[in-house]
Design a protein around this ligand. Structure first.
Ligand code: ATP
Ligand code: MG
Length: 408
């Protein structure tokens, strides 16, 4: 990749996270390349190349399963970059040279350029020293850089947690005042960032650190409000267990899903909402659905949860009511629900947090291991006719969409 660009007469470097991670002895997640070739030039050179992005035009070059992101050097001269009234960067497609490109990068540790031709590392910002010292330092004036792009605040937390770096005091101090500017970031972009924060084996520390810096509130407002309420210690405990469990699964190489975490995040606010809006005109299940829809809809203003995830989140939350109905064919049907496993995991967490009777969990735990005949007896479904034919269809439960927990 780098060689081909160089042979074609372009300057090209490995840059960003990969250089940083290699220096730290960690395995890079992906590879970013910086070059003086324009995106169109890159497309000429590589067959498997796609140009993406409007705000920030990039070339994606595919090598097997790997996608390498190739960015043309940018100039950060202020008049070339489109910003809004708040100083936010709207578009940044003014091309430049490497010694201009370096200043628009976020942290010194992310601004090292590796030149494959002579194996040298080009360091304009003191990134080598900061990596050695374990310090995360914003390039330039931190406050201005956060104003340009508030997502950099979330990146500061993410890299600090991921690398175990201390955030330099100049880089950390503006966070307190600027945290509310997260609200200006498009919810879809926040979703991308939240995925990186919570799906990389460091969900629990990220959550705690985001909370400490008052950033969490702008991502999951209802969750934070609920956590702060008097007597909400059980909700906090539930969150902690879910986050820790997700991290353990990640490190054990087991599948993890954001759906489960989102369901847990919204669980507290949903139960609170149920208590606030319920009346005798409808039953509990109605109000649970109603509250879940409201809370999910309100969440879309901060971190947008895409529809494909929102539906299963809703199911996991709403299935909690069905665990209480332990008789009849519908109870057996619950075992076959695609979201049973994740909902059951949430149930166990709720029991662990003292929210639900342990007996309910024991029932559903036992039911899963029974033969069809035992199951029918357990839910008081008599033999004969229809229920008999349903019984025969009972198959070993599939694991789908769920996250096993050690709870219960
Ligand atoms: P990782 O890939 O491990 O999450 P990374 O540092 O490679 O971390 P990317 O999001 O892949 O992060 O971005 C690659 C590089 O682009 C960064 O190292 C940084 O130099 C620059 N960069 C990315 N996003 C921003 C931003 N919002 N502001 C300034 N520079 C950025
Ligand atoms: Mg990267």
């Amino acid at each position: 990749m780098l060689n081909r660009l160089n042979r074609a007469g372009y300057q090209s470097f490995l840059v960003g996270g990969a250089v940083r991670d290699l220096l730290l002895g960690q395995e890079p997640k992906d590879f970013d390349v910086a070059t003086d070739a324009r995106p169109e030039d890159v497309r000429e050179l590589f067959r498997n190349c796609r140009l993406i992005g409007r705000r920030f035009r990039l070339a994606h070059v595919r090598f097997g399963r790997e996608i390498i992101e190739v960015a043309t050097f940018r100039d950060d001269c202020v008049d070339g970059v489109e910003t809004d009234d708040a100083g936010r960067i709207l578009r940044d497609n003014i091309y430049g040279t490497i010694d201009q490109d370096v200043w628009r990068r976020d942290f010194t540790a992310n601004a090292l350029y590796y030149n494959i031709e002579d194996f040298s590392i080009w360091d304009y910002t003191g990134g080598m020293q900061d990596i050695q010292d374990g310090v995360l330092r914003m390039i330039g004036d931190a406050e201005a850089r956060y104003r340009e792009d508030p997502v950099r605040m979330l990146r500061a937390i993410r890299f600090s947690v991921k690398l175990g770096f201390d955030i330099h005091s100049d880089t950390e101090s503006p966070l307190a005042e600027l945290a509310p500017t997260i609200a200006d970031v498009p919810p879809a972009r926040l979703f991308e960032e939240v995925m990186k924060l919570f799906m990389s084996g460091m969900a629990h520390s990220s959550f705690e650190m985001l909370d400490r810096h008052h950033l969490l509130h702008y991502l999951f407002p209802a969750t934070v409000d609920c956590m702060r309420m008097d007597g909400a210690s059980s909700f906090r405990q539930l969150l902690t267990h879910a986050l820790q469990n997700t991290d353990e699964r990640y490190h054990a190489g087991k599948p993890i899903t954001p759906v489960f975490l989102f369901a847990v995040f919204l669980w507290g606010p949903v139960t609170q909402r149920v208590a606030a809006i319920r009346n005798n005109r409808h039953g509990d299940v109605f109000w649970l659905h109603q509250a879940t829809d409201e809370i999910l809809a309100e969440q879309q203003d901060s971190v947008a949860i895409p529809r494909r995830l929102g539906m299963p989140v809703r199911e996991i939350v709403c299935l909690q009511a069905r665990f209480l109905k332990r008789t009849g064919r519908r109870a057996l049907g619950l075992l076959e629900h695609p979201r049973f496993r994740a909902a059951y995991d949430l149930l166990l967490l709720r029991i662990q947090a003292g929210e639900e009777d342990p007996e309910v969990g024991e029932f559903w735990t036992a039911l899963q291991t029974m033969s069809p005949e035992e199951q029918a007896a357990a839910v008081n479904v008599g033999g004969g006719g229809k229920s008999g034919s349903r019984k025969r269809r009972r198959r070993p439960r599939r694991r789908r969409g769920g996250q096993a927990t050690d709870a219960g």
